[in-house]
Structures are given as C-alpha cells and as structure tokens.
Design a protein around this ligand. Sequence first.
Ligand SMILES: NC(=O)c1ccc[n+]([C@@H]2O[C@H](COP(=O)([O-])OP(=O)(O)OC[C@H]3O[C@@H](n4cnc5c(N)ncnc54)[C@H](O)[C@@H]3O)[C@@H](O)[C@H]2O)c1
Length: 324
Amino acid sequence: MNKILVTGAAGFIGSHLCRALLKNGNQVIGLDNFDPFYSREVKENNIKDLLQNPSFTFYELDICNFFALLNELKNEKPNIVVHLAAKAGVLKSISDTESYLTNNISGTHNLLEWMRLNEINKFIFASSSSVYGNSNQVPFKETDNTDRPLTPYATTKKACELLNYNYHYIHKMDVINLRFFTVYGPSQRPDLAIHKFIKLIYAGEPVKIYGAGDSARDYTYIDDTVKGIIQSIHYIQNNTGVYDTFNLGNNHPVPLLGLVKSMYSVCKKTENYVHVEEQLGDMKVTCADISRAKSVLGYSPSTPIQEGLKLFAKWFEQQQSPNL
Ligand SMILES: NC(=O)c1ccc[n+]([C@@H]2O[C@H](COP(=O)([O-])OP(=O)(O)OC[C@H]3O[C@@H](n4cnc5c(N)ncnc54)[C@H](O)[C@@H]3O)[C@@H](O)[C@H]2O)c1
C-alpha cells in the first residue's frame, strides 16, 4: 500500500486528490498551512470529510519552516510526495513578489531537503502552463522554450522545475513535473475566473470581459487532472531514473467570451457583461499538447467544457442552498 504525502492538501486540487487517493486504498498524509490567499474556512471545509477517514493524517504546517517539517513529520515516511502547496494566484505575484519567491521556491527546496534527509525519492511537482508565457507555438509542447515567463508566479514554477532537476541529477530523485492548465470544478479556488464569474452571474452583476474576450484558456476539469496525477503516481512508482515533464491540459482552448456565454446558458440567466481593459500578465492563449502524457501516462481527459460547467454550476447552487 502506498503512503503518499500531499502538500497543499486543503486546497482545491489537493483536497480532490486526497479524496481520490483514499478511495483507491492509499494512506494519505495531508499538509497545509491555510495560506491566507483565500479563506481558511473554505479550506477547512474542503477537508472536513477527509478528516473523518482513519487513513488520512493531517498536519497544519508551513513548508517554509524547515525545522517544523523536521519535527512534526519525524514519524512519517511516505514513499511518494505530491507537492501542490504554493501561493497560486498569478496576478498577485506581481505586487507580492518576494513572498511568492520565498513560499514557492524556498518552500519547495525545504521539502526536497526533507525528502533527501529521509531517503524519500519519488517526487511529483505541480507546475503550470504559465511557464510557456506568450509562446508563439500553440499547442504548447513540453519541449518548447520556457525562458520567457510573464509573471513572478510563472518564474517560481520554472525555477522549481530546474531545482527538481538538480535533485534528480545530484541525489538520484525520481521527479515528474506536471504542468496544469486552468483547472476548474467543484471547490475551485475563489480567485479563478469561472468561480468569480458564477458568483457575479448569480448576484445579477455584470461579468468583466478583458479586452475583446478572445484570450483563450485550456480549461481542464478537476477529475481529469486528478486522474492524470494518479497516473503519474503509478508511473513514478513503477520506474526509476525518472525526470520528466508532462502537460495535463485538455487540448481544447475556450475563448473568454465563449466561456462567459456558455456559463450564462448553463445557469439559465440573461447575458450581462462589460468589456474592460486587458490585464498585464495575462497570457493570450493556453493550449496543451497532451500527446506525451497520453502515450507515457495513459492520460485522457474526458470532460467537455459544457459538461464540466454544468457540474460546477450544480455544486455552486448546492453551496448557496440555505438547507445545507
Ligand atoms: N488551479 C489551477 O488552475 C492551477 C493551474 C496551474 C498550476 N496550479 C498549481 O497547482 C497547485 C494547487 O493549486 P490549487 O488551485 O489547488 O491552489 P490552492 O491555493 O487551492 O491550493 C494550494 C494550497 O497550498 C497551501 N499552501 C500555500 N503555501 C503553503 C506553505 N508554505 N506551506 C503549506 N501549505 C501551503 C495553501 O494554503 C493552499 O491550501 C499549486 O501549486 C498551483 O500553483 C494550479
């Protein structure tokens, strides 16, 4: 049986991943510091059910505090670490750069050091499509140049991929970097577009469309992302000498205006949006070439955007229900 440490376990992707891992019979150690980027209450709610599961152990812990890692996890020896903890808001990293550098890069370094000292050598890292910047080539391939990230957030993800390679090369750690592409679904981060839009739609307030609304994102439904992470766990478990990077996207970019229109249609509300100036740091398009993840991991996202939006809207409505 696997014992898997998931950092960022109380977050959006982390809580879904822990739930799926537990369902598959794994032991899961969750770690999170309830970073104030969004409400602690939301994160506590994300893991409420997990805390009832005897195969789940949770630590409220900051990966930036190396001694806390050493002390608190001294009795834990997972065989695989899935590292999702990060300051994840892209635009906030422009005004709050230092804390992103510390949290995302030093935090990752601490975790790698903790693993090295404890002889744990299977590491899966949450990277991001943002490393591609405004790449001229679409869809993005893992072999594309990633030397022009647009934001400090993207820079931290690229830096961690490089640091991970150091640990692979020097300490023979097996590493997989997973580049996620705009993940959405129930309990999605409240700062992300789909979640912000649905709140406005239900409040009867206008949705802001940046620029002409032709920027496009390769939205990936959470269940597809989680399946991809679990396939990566299987792959890293069964192979040695691994250093690899995979796009976990959907290969179907959706333009912003089309997304908003679909959301009004799914929510059965009258369209109400305004065009505003584009934001600095926004990529024009993201689109994953997923052929490598398909052939090596067996990754095959299967949730069309209309279906995913329906599932998300259903979850959102349940959250609004006074009976809950
Ligand atoms: N959601 C997406 O669309 C997306 C896209 C690309 C990459 N990613 C990456 O995937 C990962 C998970 O994203 P998410 O959307 O679930 O974000 P999230 O903010 O919901 O989850 C991240 C969790 O990490 C925790 N955390 C932050 N700093 C920490 C620290 N120092 N110590 C311990 N815990 C800490 C936070 O409290 C949070 O619960 C992140 O690394 C993010 O950068 C997400």
